[in-house]
Write a protein that binds this ligand. Structure first.
Ligand SMILES: C[S@@+](CC[C@H](N)C(=O)[O-])C[C@H]1O[C@@H](n2cnc3c(N)ncnc32)[C@H](O)[C@@H]1O
Length: 256
């Protein structure tokens, strides 16, 4: 059964970016996930297919009305129920939501499906959010013009966690954040590029040394670039090997 993703959006065509290209496009073709869009305009009961109106209390911008969104959500839920899913979570992409992180992505990738709600304009009538939305998720502390790009970011990172999506299933497990650290650096051919050489250890063929070097780079980079992550990872202390590798990294960093 594919991961079922029903998206409520005024701009369904935008989602071609993930259903037709790259890893997610391939996953879609291989039925690892299925994406269906629902346009709230198709659920309006007025001749102009209007989905927004002025805000009560005045002020700039328009607000998306609850009724077309609620009917679109019900249609999405009905489809997922027919396919055997129960109580699918309705998730609203919003700058006011919980900030997206690796833990949340992992948790969501274990669900059989999701219903994603993309806002536009000033946002959505609050009553719809209170009554229909299970979770609000933000992709960062800034404001986008609409929820579509945020929904695509979310879908992309969920899909790459689903077994069968990546050529090598180990690949996602070695990316940044999976073990609480940033990924180590990567190099490919040629061995020398504009006077810079690939670190010798990577062409030594000694897998134990390569593992140690990579762990050291991950530790060092996390310590340098993301002290917040580093503190979280090592709140309970480091192993002796990690301590030694980090000390070596700090020494070589100081003498640069
Ligand atoms: C212009 S924004 C509305 C912002 C809203 N007035 C506020 O300040 O909280 C329009 C839509 O873009 C989406 N959006 C904007 N920023 C986002 C973010 N950081 N993460 C997820 N969705 C976002 C939401 O769906 C939102 O309803």
């Amino acid at each position: 059964m594919p991961f079922l993703c029903d998206v409520i959006t005024l701009f369904p065509e935008m989602f071609n970016a993930i259903t037709q290209y790259g890893i997610t496009g391939k996953a879609c073709k291989n039925a690892i996930f299925q994406l269906i869009t629902w346009n709230p305009r198709d659920f309006t009961h007025n001749n102009h297919r209007t989905i927004d109106d002025n805000p009560y209390g005045g002020g700039p911008g328009m607000v998306m009305m609850a009724q077309p969104l609620e009917e679109a959500i019900i249609q999405a839920q009905t489809r997922q129920i027919k396919l055997g899913l129960k109580n699918t979570k309705v998730l609203y992409l919003s700058p006011q939501g919980k900030r997206l992180d690796h833990e949340t992505v992992k948790m969501l990738s274990n669900l059989p499906g999701l219903i994603l709600l993309c806002g536009r304009y000033k946002g959505i009538d609050e009553r719809l959010i209170i009554n229909q939305v299970d979770m609000e998720l933000s992709i960062g502390d800034y404001v986008l013009s609409g929820g579509e790009l945020a929904a695509m970011v979310l879908i992309d990172c969920i899909i790459r966690q689903i077994p069968g999506t990546l050529g090598d299933p180990e690949s996602a497990n070695q990316d940044s954040f999976t073990n609480g650290l940033l990924d180590h650096p990567h190099y490919t051919r040629p061995e020398q590029y504009k006077g810079d050489y690939v670190p010798e250890i990577l062409i030594s063929g000694n897998h134990a040394h390569i593992r140690r070097w990579r762990l050291q780079q991950s530790l060092g980079r996390t310590w340098l670039k993301r002290p917040d992550l580093f503190e979280l990872k090592f709140a309970q202390g480091m192993t002796r090997e990690e301590e030694i590798l980090l000390e070596e990294f700090k020494e070589s960093y100081k003498s640069r």
